[in-house]
Design a protein around this ligand. Structure first.
Ligand code: CDP
Length: 234
């Protein structure tokens, strides 16, 4: 039994909304447990002249934490090494999803702001980024999602909370595509190869859950638009 009573592969409550920001081409809001994250996507725009024109589109990803998002971050205004690292790994993960060669000479920006953090913000940001990219109409090879697996009392569990992350024996954030390709994998504990395989299998087994979460977010978005159009006609 886990601290909050969840089963070993039970996720915290997850809510995804898309099209939440007026001034971004695509956007998403993720609430996952106590995490609250906003993502805005811009582009594809023409890459600035200073940047060499590339065959593939340039992808910029910026993960930032609001100064009120956690006790640790309170009052810190400049991105720390961790934020730089998370921006980099998310950029690499998203580069494998976006069909960058569709937009030569272009640039896509993914801006992520963590409003509240409670463990697992990088995987929650990945989900928000995927949804915001779809919302922006940007071509992706497949949908993707991530979950942070962990090891507690020698058992592999899914979706570590901050408390579990602090006390557990390991934290293994993994992002995958619906097809099961791994696009991000980090690990900061002592994990045996068979434990890693178990974590990957458990995460891949959640594919239908995430496909539905993404589909339902878009159905809510477009049914709202339909409703308001109807109201206008009436
Ligand atoms: O958020 P994620 O689990 O992807 O990253 P982490 O580095 O494993 O951090 C775990 C949690 O610790 C975060 O979600 C935050 O709640 C907290 N944290 C923070 O608020 N500020 C930091 N500089 C580091 C961690």
């Amino acid at each position: 039994m886990r601290a909050d009573g969840r089963g070993i592969d039970e996720l915290r409550k997850l809510r995804l909304e898309v099209g939440v920001l007026k001034n971004a081409k695509g956007s998403a809001y993720v609430e996952w447990g106590m995490n609250k994250i906003l993502v805005g996507v811009y582009g594809p725009e023409e890459a600035p002249p200073a940047v060499e024109r590339a065959e593939r589109c340039i992808l910029k990803v910026e993960y930032r934490m609001a100064t009120f998002c956690s006790l640790e971050e309170h009052g810190k205004y400049t991105p720390n090494r961790r934020a730089v690292e998370i921006s980099k790994v998310l950029r690499e993960a998203l580069s494998n999803l976006i069909i960058l060669e569709n937009y030569p000479g272009g640039m896509i920006e993914v801006q992520i702001l963590v409003l509240q953090a409670e463990g697992g913000t990088r995987v929650a940001s990945f989900l928000g980024a995927v949804a915001a990219l779809i919302d922006a109409g940007i071509a992706i090879r497949d949908i993707g999602y991530g979950i942070s697996a962990g090891k507690i009392n020698n058992t592999i569990v899914l979706d570590l909370s901050k408390e579990e992350d602090n006390l557990g024996q390991g934290d293994i954030p993994i992002c995958v595509t619906r097809r099961g390709d791994i696009v991000l994998l980090q690990s900061d504990g002592k994990i045996q190869p068979e434990e890693l395989e178990r974590a990957i299998d458990m995460i891949i087994s959640k594919r239908d859950v995430f496909e539905n979460i993404i589909r339902e977010a878009f159905m809510r978005r477009y049914s709202k638009e339909l409703d308001s159009d109807l109201v206008k006609v009436i």
